[in-house]
Design a protein around this ligand. Sequence first.
Ligand SMILES: Cc1ncc(C[n+]2csc(CCOP(=O)(O)OP(=O)(O)O)c2C)c(N)n1
Ligand code: SF4
Length: 280
Amino acid sequence: MSKMTAVQYKTKIEPVWCPGCGDFGVLNALCNALSVKEVDPKNMVFVSGIGCSGRLPPYVQSYGFHTVHGRVLPIATGIKVGNPDLTVIAVGGDGDAFAIGGGHIPHMARRNPSIVYIVMDNGTYGLTKGQASPTGPLGMKTGASPYGTVEPPLNPIAMALAYDASFVARGYSGKNKELEALIVRAMNHRGFSIIDVISPCITFYNTYKELPPQLAAIPADHDVKDRAKAFELALRDDKIHLGVFYENERPAFEDRLKETADKARGAGAPKLDEIFLEFA
Ligand SMILES: Cc1ncc(C[n+]2csc(CCOP(=O)(O)OP(=O)(O)O)c2C)c(N)n1
Ligand code: SF4
C-alpha cells in the first residue's frame, strides 16, 4: 500500500457535527495519526458507541461498527480477539464511556487487549441535547437540571490509573499536533490505551473560553512508569494536565489468549474424543 495522506483517510461523508464541535479536531488528529502510522484501511476497524462522537466511523476510510450506547469496548474486544492482526480503535463520548459503559473499563484494563480507546469528553450528553454527563461539573445547569446538578464529576484519568490501564493519557481537540502524537503513541503501545480527549460541545456546553488557561502540558521530566506520580498529576485541581500520565508494557490479552489456545491444542492436551468418552 502506498502511503496515504491524512485527507485520503477521510471519506466523502460530510460530518453532521455542529460547526465548531471539538470532534472535528479529534477526527483530524486521528487521520493525521493514521497517515503517520501508514495503517492500511482494510486492516483497521473503528468501533463506536452512541452519541455525537459515535458518528465518527463512517468519516474514516476503514471498516466501522456503530454499536449500542455504552458497549463499544466489549464489541471492540470481540473484534480484536477474532482477528488480532487488525488495528482496532474504539471511540465514543464521556457519557458512553463513564456512565452506561463505565463498568467495562476496569475489565479492559485488566485484560489489556491492544485497543486504542478515544473518549471525546465534552462533559455533556451532546446527542440528547445537553444533559450533564459524569464529567460535567457540580452545579451544572442544563434543561434537565435547571437548578444545577448535585453530583460532583468523576476524574477519568485517576479512575483509569486506579484500574491500572496500561496507557493513560489526556489530550485536547484544540491542540491537534499534540493529540496526533498521543494517538500515534497509543497505537504503538501493546495493550489497552485510553485517551481522554477534552472535546468541547459548542452547542450545549461551550468551554472554549474557560479551558485554555487551565491547560498545562505534563512536565517533560515526568516518569510515565511512576503510577503514584501519575496519580498526583491526575488529582491536581490547579491545572488540567495534557499528555501521557502512565505507560506500562505488560502482556496483551490477545497474546495471553493465544498462549492458552496453543497449550490447549498442544502435546499432552486431552483429546476431544477422550473427553467425549468420559460422558459416553
Ligand atoms: C441504552 C441507551 N440508553 C440511552 C440512550 C440515549 N442516548 C443516546 S446518546 C446518549 C448520550 C450521549 O452522550 P455522550 O456519550 O457523552 O456522547 P456525545 O453525544 O456527547 O458525543 C444517550 C443517553 C441510548 N441511545 N441507548
Ligand atoms: S451537539 Fe455538541 S457534541 Fe453534538 S455535534 Fe453539536 S457541538 Fe458536537
